[in-house]
Every structure is written in structure tokens, then in C-alpha cells.
Design a protein around this ligand. Structure first.
Ligand code: FEO
Length: 164
């Protein structure tokens, strides 16, 4: 049986993952409106991934005999001034999620919750990838900021992302 502390922290993390999904869906809608469907596609795939992350925790709680307590999801912003600003927000947001996953891992160590440690190791690895992807797009946007046509090329490339 999972501890109350661990259960609460995982319920909080479910909310954070679903908020991430909401945030990226809001960004996807914004880029559709801006006629940048590649950016929108990339963010939609990312939003789906975040929902899956939330569901991993959701299923884990149920498997451990815990109680899933879904919380209200905060409204995300609706507009961004540029692709660079939006992806800087993705990068900052992922850094926050990494900190949250690390704190959960520390709690799992303190609680001697070995199954949670195994689950969280997957998330620790995943966050390395998430931060790398965001940093790469931010770096490329910074390189091409002055060249509008290059943004269109990057939009084309991001549009090729496959569902994972
Ligand atoms: Fe679920 Fe992007 O972290």
C-alpha cells in the first residue's frame, strides 16, 4: 500500500502533467492561428505525451491501491509574441517539471517506496530528453531569429515529428 505522502505527491504530479498537456495544446492552437502548422503539430504530439505521463502516474496509483484525486487544471496562457518566446516557455516549464520529478524521487527514497523509485527512474530519463528537445529548438530559433524564411523551414521540420 502506498503512503499518504507519496499518494498526495503523485496526485500533485498528475495535475502538473495534465497542465503541461493543456499548456502545449494552447500553444498548438496559437501556432495554428499563426499559420505555422509544423510548430502546432509538434506541440500537439507533445501534449499527447504529457497526457500519457499523467496516465502513467494515474495507473501506478491504482495499481498500488491508492486513491486518484484529480485536481482542477489551471488555465494556460493563450498567446505568445514569437515562436522563440513560446519555446523558451516550454524549456522553462520542462525545467520546473524536472525539479518536481527529482523531488518526487527524493520522497520515494525517504519513504523507501521501491516501486515508485523504479517508475520515477523512467521519468528522470524522460526529463533529460524533454529538456534536450526544448533546448535544441530554442537554440535553433535563436540562430534564425532574424530570418523569417528559416522559421518556415523549421516549421516544416517540426511538422515531420511522428507520434511516439
Ligand atoms: Fe511530462 Fe514534459 O514532462
Amino acid at each position: 500500500m502506498i503512503s499518504q505522502k507519496m499518494q498526495q505527491a503523485i496526485n500533485d504530479q498528475i495535475n502538473k502533467e495534465f497542465f503541461s498537456s493543456y499548456l502545449y495544446l494552447a500553444m498548438a492552437a496559437h501556432f495554428e492561428e499563426q499559420n505555422l502548422p509544423g510548430f502546432a503539430h509538434w506541440l500537439r504530439v507533445q501534449a499527447d505525451e504529457e497526457r500519457e505521463h499523467g496516465m502513467k502516474f494515474y495507473d501506478f496509483l491504482l495499481e498500488r491501491g491508492g486513491k486518484v484525486a484529480l485536481q482542477a487544471i489551471a488555465a494556460p496562457p493563450q498567446t505568445w509574441t514569437s515562436a522563440l518566446e513560446a519555446f523558451k516557455e516550454v524549456q522553462a516549464h520542462e525545467a520546473k517539471v524536472t525539479a518536481s520529478i527529482n523531488a518526487l524521487y527524493e520522497l520515494a527514497l525517504a519513504e523507501k517506496d521501491y516501486p515508485a523509485q523504479v517508475l520515477l527512474q523512467w521519468f528522470v530519463t524522460e526529463q533529460v530528453e524533454e529538456e534536450k528537445n526544448a533546448a535544441e529548438i530554442v537554440a535553433q530559433l535563436e540562430m534564425i531569429e532574424a530570418h523569417g524564411s528559416a522559421v518556415l523551414m523549421l516549421d516544416h521540420r517540426l511538422g515531420k515529428r511522428e507520434d511516439e
